[in-house]
Design a protein around this ligand. Sequence first.
Ligand SMILES: [Zn+2]
Length: 374
Amino acid sequence: MGDGTVHALVLTGSGFGASSCYGIGVMKRLIQNPSPHAGNQVVDPEIYSGTVFSAFNIAIMASQMAGSNADTLDALERIWLEEITSQEDLLTRLGLPRQNGVYRLRLDPRSFFDPRTLLRDPTKPFRNLLNDVSFLSRSFSSRLSQFLTSKKPLSKRLLDFPDIADFFDTSPLAKLLEKHIDLNRLRNSDRQLRIVATDWVTGTPAVYGQEDLTYQQILASLAVFALFPRPIINGHPIAGGGIASPTPIRPAVDAAVQLGAKKLILHVVYLRPKLQNIDPPKMPNTFDTFNRLTYLQMKGLELRTLQQGIRTDDRRKRPSSPLEITAHCYRPKKPLWDVLEVLDYDRDKAQKFIEYGFNDAMTHDCEAEDCANV
Ligand SMILES: [Zn+2]
């Protein structure tokens, strides 16, 4: 920050499955190659702000896991392609979710047919099955007892009874975080990290910096929809950050003010195209309506976050903290995901999304992307 200029990468959370790999592609272009819109220099971000699965990506980047920006980015790409995503197998063709490094569907029979698992640990599929049956029975009996003893109306009790999250074992994700995110390294890093989650009680964003970051807080930011268990932090359940703040610009602006920056260059990576780039179907259908509704809802939340960001910008005009902000936006040309792909960790798609991100950052056009100077 020799001349007081700070670069921040803001990775939004309005995407699921492998779609956050788009942000890896954008970073590869900006961090590993000089870009005309960045003054023909490589970008060296001092601030990373993100949510949902981008929180995992930026925690790795901010920790400088492999020593340098470029090597850390290569390591992150390998984690996605070798540990998180996988290719199609017989059971995915029958409709079961793809094997992945994030969650395991309870009672998934796949491990019984996987020769690698059977060779390495032949009893594992049986242990998993026993653990799953025991977990689901415990959950079922406690829900049944709550159902029978509750004084709430029957309709409310019926709604409370099932919880699809019971079928998701997210221990692989917890292991993935512990394996790759070194919290001590993060605390000592000269990069600023801001991970955003949602307080499920107040509906407001919860922002975590790296000073006292815990794996629970990262897991909370990753807890998309109601499918993943929401950790309890300070008495409140905390869920995926994309809900309260899908575009976490404000924490990046606050971090720049704390650093005493004079100029902040934001690189905001969206995981959705502009709505006008999403073609309506030839015949209206329920799925498309639901899909567009999700997009519009996200857009509304995004606008609200940007308005909050602008209020922060007003504050910066005070003489005590003058901060000039430039925002470059990167968006895919086509939708990366639909609601049926929320939990799909497809290796081929991950590779494709990295390529899209790289190409979109390479051909970045400030006018077409409505980049802003404030
Ligand atoms: Zn731009």
